[in-house]
Design a protein around this ligand. Structure first.
Ligand code: PRX
Length: 640
């Protein structure tokens, strides 16, 4: 059997294979002309005449720098002329019997204006940072757009992060405003968002002076006089013009984990990000005017920014916003929503596909999926078995699957096949999007040619690229541009085949990808050592059937203390408190020591191999201070 799966002949397409070849070649030979053309997908107040102005040494990146525009205008107001009555958002609540809420572009406009006026009434001004801690509801998207409308910079924090993690992200960008809801709902669990905001703001040294609260579940929450406001009380209908922004004015900050230190606030700007999300959405999802698009990601992640809020709305698309989870009330929920709202393009994470595949085909086939014409995945490598199930069972073999590789830092899709244009290869993301110049290098930075495996770099800038880490440009330079001088280093390992298809093999740094969520091992270690009984901790990944990777923690205790199930439970709780449920350790391995070199460096390679149950290839252990420790660690390995 060929490794390649051909796309169906009938696929409607914005781009044929020939179009792709020509456009890709032109995007490299004449990037400025190419991107200035695509910049015309947006409405500009002052159209740009400049394309990319960038250097990776020193690191300075700008696109369309003499253009001015407003992205909220582009996502909403612009469509009023010809799409006022077109559906923009279809809100599907957590509870299948709950009320569906549909907003046309005209209604979305009215809601965004109300929110923007509420923000102004609370004192938010152009350039101010506004932290969002929201459930997946219409007001989450509306709040992002309202910030963009008045030139404020949104920083969305995923509702699954703890008050401690939220406080850290509020303080880092010196945000004075928070938008939240009384509660969220995910499956059968209420998420106490306002309670968490109170804990973050009251127990930490923040400068928050305004909290806007959307009433969602109606839960009784405490409101602090002078600081907290109900959205309904501050919202008003009066005119609220879109603030003219320079293309390089900040649009948002989004925190993500790295191998060291605290999470980094990646900064994206207005023009380049807008052009990148608008263009990638059009081509990668082959968007047509009648499509019903559904990206199941939360707005707390980059996928929700680029392919819930910005990409679809910049294209005037109709889309589903889903509050719930794939397995509530049962494992057919995704497909029931597809049937109910006649979803034609569906985009989700491999972890969800693997979890649903395990429950059998009946949950899928119980629902009519004839509306589907295109499927997508994002966030982590997809194993060919899960890819084939998604393609064969969910998509009935009719729907192309796009496996899209990208990162918080890249703003939008970088590697993918295009539906209709390219054969697909299960497990491989595929080819570079327009303007993307991937390069594989070996550990010394030597470029690898042809079919090869190495570290994935990108050698030139693209409009959607993050411009800096908020408040710490040196860290931006160090993290991404210093390993291989003059190149953007993705921190991903990658294989390229003879056809030029790229397959991501996973992170090569100390970042774990748990269910498509990035988690820094250093962050989990810092949380563990906060426990008074813990002396040291080392955290590594191990392969996990559903999550892709799981979190394996080696923990040493203070002298005289012994590990126990109760203590392991306390440590899990400790991590949940410091970071949030997304970082809950899967396995805790108490050990009397950690393998170190004689100079005291923890040998993570050995810890990884033991966690992976791959003892045969431990490599050279002779440099260990205590070589006998390895056998004790293998013996004490925690399984399940
Ligand atoms: O390791 C890659 C993996 O997710 C990382 C980026 O995570 P984040 O910034 O949270 O963004 C996720 C959503 C865009 C990458 O460094 N990754 C993302 N997409 C894929 C992937 N790995 C393999 N295949 C993908 N399609």
């Amino acid at each position: 059997m060929s490794e390649f799966v051909q796309p169906p002949q009938s696929t409607v397409t914005n781009c044929t294979a020939q179009d792709y070849e020509a456009a890709y070649a032109r995007s490299l030979s004449d990037p400025d002309v190419f991107w200035l053309e695509h910049a015309q997908r947006l409405d500009w107040i002052t159209p740009p005449t400049k394309g990319g102005e960038w250097s990776y040494d020193p690191v300075e990146i700008a696109w369309f720098a003499d253009g001015t525009l407003n992205l909220c205008h582009n996502a909403v107001d612009r469509h009023l002329a010809d799409k006022a009555d077109k559906t923009a958002l279809i809100f599907e609540p957590n509870d299948p019997d709950g009320e569906v809420r549909t907003l046309t572009y005209a209604q979305l406009h009215a809601e965004v204006v109300r929110m923007a006026n509420a923000l102004k009434a609370m004192g938010v001004t152009r350039g101010a940072r506004v932290t969002l801690y929201m459930p997946m509801v219409v007001e989450g998207v509306v709040a992002m757009l309202a910030c963009a409308r008045i030139g404020a910079v949104h920083s969305v924090v995923f509702g699954g992060f703890s008050p401690e993690a939220l406080a850290g992200r509020i303080i880092d960008c010196d945000s004075e405003f928070v938008i939240t809801a009384d509660e969220g709902r995910r499956g059968n669990k209420p998420i106490p968002l306002k309670v968490s905001v109170d804990a973050a703001v009251d127990e930490h040294d923040t400068r928050v002076k305004g909290v806007l609260v959307v009433k969602h579940t109606g839960a009784d929450v405490a409101m602090k006089d002078g600081r907290d406001h109900w959205y309904a009380d501050l919202a008003s209908d009066g005119d609220c013009p879109c603030e003219p922004m320079n293309a390089e004015d900040p649009l948002f900050i989004l925190y993500t984990s790295g191998s060291t230190g605290k999470p980094k606030g990646l900064l994206h700007t207005t023009g380049g990000y807008g052009v990148w999300t608008a263009t990638t959405f059009h081509y990668v999802f082959d968007h047509q005017p009648d499509d019903i698009f559904w990206c199941s990601a939360d707005i707390g992640w980059i996928t929700g920014h680029s392919y819930v809020t910005y990409g679809p709305l910049l294209n005037g698309a109709s889309q589903v916003i889903f509050e719930g989870v794939p397995n509530y009330p049962d494992h057919g929920r995704f497909w029931q929503v597809v049937e109910k709202h006649k979803v034609s393009i569906f985009y989700t994470a491999p972890t969800a596909i693997r979890a649903l595949m395990r429950e059998g085909d009946d949950f899928v086939t119980a629902h009519d999926r004839s509306s589907l014409r295109l499927l997508g995945t994002v966030g982590e490598p997809i194993n060919p078995e899960a890819w084939r199930w998604y393609h064969r069972v969910v998509g009935e073999g009719r729907c192309p699957v796009v496996d899209t590789w990208w990162q918080t830092e890249t703003g939008g899709v970088m590697l993918t096949t295009l539906p209709g244009a390219h054969a697909m290869k299960p497990g491989s993301a595929g080819l570079p999007f327009f303007g993307v110049q991937p390069q594989l290098v070996d550990a010394e930075g030597q470029m690898l040619e042809g079919a090869a495996e190495g570290n994935l770099c990108i050698t030139s800038s693209w409009p959607g690229q993050a411009r800096t880490i908020y408040g710490d440009h040196d860290r931006f330079v160090q993290t991404y541009f210093s390993t291989y001088k003059g190149k953007y280093f993705t921190s991903d390992g990658c294989q390229r085949d003879a056809q030029g298809y790229y397959r991501i093999t996973g992170r090569v740094d100390d970042v774990i990808n748990v269910s498509g969520h990035r988690m820094g091992t250093a962050e989990v270690e810092s949380a563990l050592v906060l426990h008074p009984k813990v002396s040291e901790a080392a955290v590594v990944a191990f392969p996990h059937d559903i999550k892709g990777q799981g979190i394996y923690c080696y923990v040493t205790l203070n002298a005289g203390l012994e590990g126990s199930d109760d203590l392991a439970a306390e440590l899990r709780q400790q991590v949940r408190k410091e970071i949030g449920p997304v970082a809950t350790p899967d396995r805790i391995h108490f050990t009397d020591d950690l393998p170190k070199t004689r100079s005291g460096k923890i040998m993570r390679r050995i810890l990884r191999k033991i966690a992976e149950n791959d003892h045969g290839s431990l490599g050279d252990t002779s440099t260990l201070a205590d070589p006998s420790l390895v056998d004790r660690l293998i013996e004490g390995r925690v399984d399940g």
